[in-house]
Write a protein that binds this ligand. Structure first.
Ligand code: NAP
Length: 353
């Protein structure tokens, strides 16, 4: 196999700059790392927020992209988890070398998972970041404030532990919401109530939601519908959207002492908080490569192939954008404008011209 030294990558030249495809060096895998030929990379809302809001990256030019699928091209020293040629998925992007908007990426071998033959690279790329975010927010016992710290359903003895315990997801059709539903379903929660556009009702029911409520209901309307479904206290509400309005209604839906998992910083009205008994707010950091998240990430990655084979975790619907990496900016515009519904946009970096 020839060693690749040059590649095409989508560069963000400076804060708030446009993206541009350029030729740069291929990253080298360090000890315990693999070099991956990225066949498919998925787009995430954070990809447009980084240049627009200026966070997560301090120096430019930089490369982003957080979801990848591809083949193992080269092994660094001491890699035992995978072999050359394996088809794998990974969440990259915390470092530039592991970012997925490039043709080759390097990441820790312990943080990748083999893809079953039943899944395409494009389907596989829809999984890692959103799954990791849901998993970390709900099941990471190794952090204090950034997880509900429930027992993971992928571990032995983790299935079905929460029978007859209600669970709620705001934004059940979103990427993170879809994996929160699937993990809650594996953990046995029931009912699993979510909000979505009603056109997505069948899709979210197909992955484990038991009840789907119209995302356009008023706060009062939503509370009334939830009460009609269950009179039990709701101890966990997962707000995959986390706008101030969804956080506010989510906070009201939680039982005293329960947990609200949010994707963006706490925006719950302070007056509401002081007028109610304590409720725990968990602001998740969904990167499995962050030091505090790696232990859970390794456990999830080691079980993920089997979960995918079994169909316990399903990929999202995907749309492949034309033009390889050059297709990313237009896709990000669609995400920014709220024009992507229950769907993962992906690009194929090897098709970049
Ligand atoms: N903290 C972290 O580490 C972390 C990690 C990952 C993501 N995030 C953030 O989490 C959020 C979700 O990310 P994502 O990748 O899951 O997004 P996404 O897949 O692009 O979400 C799109 C979906 O959001 C749904 N939606 C939008 N507004 C809604 C509302 N008011 N109520 C219910 N559903 C609504 C839409 O559902 P319908 O089509 O049914 O209308 C749409 O399908 C983003 O803000 C992202 O930046 C944070």
């Amino acid at each position: 196999m020839t060693m690749h030294t040059r590649q095409k990558a989508l560069l963000l030249k400076s804060r708030q700059a446009e993206f541009a495809v350029e030729e740069i060096a291929v990253p080298r895998p360090g000890s315990g790392e693999v070099l991956i030929k990225v066949e498919s990379a998925a787009l995430n809302p954070v990809d447009w927020k980084i240049p627009a809001w200026g966070f997560l990256r301090e120096t430019y030019p930089t490369i982003i992209g957080f979801d990848g699928a591809g083949t193992v091209e080269e092994l660094g020293d001491d890699v035992t988890e995978v072999a050359k040629g394996d088809r794998i998925i990974f969440q990259g992007g915390l470092t530039e070398a592991s970012a997925t908007f490039q043709q080759f990426a390097a990441t820790k071998a312990s943080l990748v998972a083999k893809i079953p033959s039943t899944l395409t690279f494009d389907q596989a790329a829809s999984i890692p970041g959103a799954l990791a975010t849901a998993a970390l927010g709900l099941f990471n016992p190794y952090v204090m404030e950034r997880s509900v710290r429930l027992f993971p359903p992928w571990e032995v003895g983790g299935r079905g532990n929460f029978a007859d315990v209600p669970f709620m997801v705001l934004g059940g059709a979103s990427s993170v919401g879809q994996y929160a539903i699937q993990l809650a379903s594996l953990a046995g929660f029931s009912p699993i109530i979510c909000t979505a556009s009603l056109r997505n009702a069948e899709l979210v029911k197909g992955i484990g939601a038991t009840h789907v409520l119209d995302r356009n209901l008023s706060a009062e309307g939503l509370k009334a519908e939830v009460l009609r479904i269950t009179s039990k206290p709701i101890n966990v509400v997962f707000d995959a959207i986390s706008l101030s309005e969804t956080q506010d209604v989510a906070y009201e839906l939680i039982a005293p002492g329960g947990h609200l998992v949010i994707m963006w910083p706490d925006a719950v009205d302070e007056r509401k908080k002081s007028a109610q008994p304590f409720k725990n707010i968990v602001f998740v950091f969904g990167a499995i490569a962050a030091p505090e998240n790696q232990k859970l990430g390794i456990s999830l990655c080691s079980k993920l192939t089997a979960l995918l084979e079994e169909g316990a975790i399903k990929p999202m619907r995907v749309e492949v954008l034309p033009g390889g990496l050059s297709g990313v900016p237009h896709g990000l515009e669609r995400l920014r404008n709220g024009q992507v519904s229950a769907l993962k946009l992906v690009v194929r970096p090897q098709e970049t011209e």
